[in-house]
Design a protein. Structure first.
Lengths: 111, 111
């Protein structure tokens, strides 16, 4: 089974609203990463948060990490139509070289 | 823009054929990965490598093999393609402590 699980599976919001999605994982990690995938394309790395960090910002993105709950959240503020995509979390597990992905959250931003 | 390439981009072949999907990166990354992804679905790790002459199977049972003779090259071979292999195959690489870079993918159809 996959290491990370995203919630919700799908999200539809109005342009300008914030979008929040969550990721839960199972084992101890070195870091957790978030990626975006536009329809049918390759994935693009958005942000990486290390296990000793609790919060990280990059532009309109805010990521939190709670290692005690084995969970992370991605917040996209002031969403735009161009943010319409699937978002995946991925975990880099301790003692392993795998990069394991969750099932993803599909975000639709309505104009 | 990261330099990771996959060829071919699209491939339609008959059952029983042997095929090799190519993946190359010019960033000198030690870690490379192959994922299988059906449209709109999660990514399944099928093989990964953490350096030359080191390869491991991923979470998804696969009838494919990989090799890592050179740092920049990580080809995936299907000895006998079947319709169940129809999917998109994504190659990625990562180095140091950053996120992964993905290629554009190979969309494979087995008739």
């Amino acid at each position: 089974s996959q290491q990370g699980e995203e919630d919700p599976q799908a999200l539809s919001i109005q342009e300008g609203e914030n979008a929040t999605m969550n990721c839960s994982y199972k084992t101890s990690i070195n870091n957790l990463q978030w990626y975006r995938q536009n329809s049918g394309r390759g994935l693009v790395h958005l942000i990486l948060i290390r296990s000793n960090e609790r919060e990280k910002h990059s532009g309109r993105l805010r990521v939190t990490l709670d290692t005690s709950k084995k969970s992370s959240s991605l917040l996209i503020t002031a969403s735009r139509a161009a943010d319409t995509a699937s978002y995946f979390c991925a975990t880099d597990a301790i003692g392993d070289y795998k990069l394991s992905f969750g099932a993803g959250t599909t975000v639709t931003v309505r104009a | 823009e990261a330099d990771i390439y996959q060829t071919p981009r699209y491939l339609v072949i008959g059952t029983g054929k042997k095929i090799t999907l190519e993946c190359s990166q010019t960033m000198g990354h030690d870690k490379m990965y192959w994922y299988q992804q059906d449209p709109g679905m999660e990514l399944h790790l099928i093989h990964y490598s953490y350096g030359v002459n080191s390869t491991e199977k991923g979470d998804l049972s696969s009838e494919s093999t990989v090799s890592r003779i050179r740092t920049e090259h990580f080809p995936l071979t299907l000895e006998s393609a079947r319709p169940s292999h129809t999917s998109q195959y994504l190659c990625a690489s990562s180095g140091g402590r950053g996120g992964a870079y993905f290629g554009p993918g190979t969309r494979l159809t087995v008739l």
